[in-house]
Design a protein around this ligand. Structure first.
Ligand SMILES: Cc1cc2nc3c(=O)[nH]c(=O)nc-3n(C[C@H](O)[C@H](O)[C@H](O)COP(=O)(O)O)c2cc1C
Length: 174
């Protein structure tokens, strides 16, 4: 990892957050801006982001809809970003974009790397009541709440061990 870009080398996904850290609205905007400039199939941009800062009314409505596993740590993050995927892309003649999930994932990756460059860490998660959050947010048909990203300053040390990956030989057929 030593010769990777710093944002990649330093990235990891915390589960303990500094509850004194507050993310200002202009920083939230910078994060969404990074996601917005991500590439997508046919420039379809099949994504919407719903942001809730710790203490917001919306934040309070999302917390009960998290699974117990995520409710232990996600509420302490400075920001929750609900990542919504448009499987049906308006303004096109596509019934659905076969790349919608791919594109959303890439835009979330852009957002998390922008976060790193701002000294912020992220943990994406799926541990929530999807139907409940879609109802709560009034998500239109054909759109799907795919994941949530918790963002903030970690309140734990970076794990020195335990982060494992498949080997380079396994992921790279050469
Ligand atoms: C699509 C997706 C879903 C995830 N869901 C959860 C989850 O429900 N709960 C959780 O604690 N972490 C979740 N994670 C975080 C992963 O477990 C974590 O990224 C992985 O273990 C690698 O660790 P690292 O990000 O620190 O390298 C999810 C990550 C992704 C990308």
């Amino acid at each position: 990892m030593t010769d990777l870009a710093e944002t990649l080398r330093e990235r990891w996904s915390p589960t303990a957050w500094d509850v004194d850290h507050v993310l200002e609205p202009h920083d939230v905007e910078r994060l969404v801006e990074a996601a917005r400039w991500s590439p997508s199939a046919g420039n379809s941009q099949p994504w919407t982001f719903v942001t809730a800062r710790r203490g917001d009314a919306l934040h309070g409505r999302l917390i009960p809809l998290l699974a117990p596993s995520a409710r232990r740590w996600a509420p302490d993050a400075s920001l929750l970003v609900v990542n919504v995927c448009h499987r049906y892309v308006e303004g096109t003649d596509w019934d659905s974009s076969e790349f919608a999930e791919y594109d959303l994932g890439q835009s979330v990756a852009h957002l998390t790397l922008q976060a790193m460059s701002m000294g912020l860490f992220s943990r994406q998660f799926r541990a929530f009541d999807r139907d409940g959050i879609e109802r709560e947010l009034g998500v239109p048909a054909h759109w799907v709440v795919m994941t949530i990203t918790a963002i903030g300053r970690p309140a734990q040390e970076a794990p020195l061990e335990g982060r494992v990956r498949r080997s380079l030989d396994d992921v790279w057929w050469r």
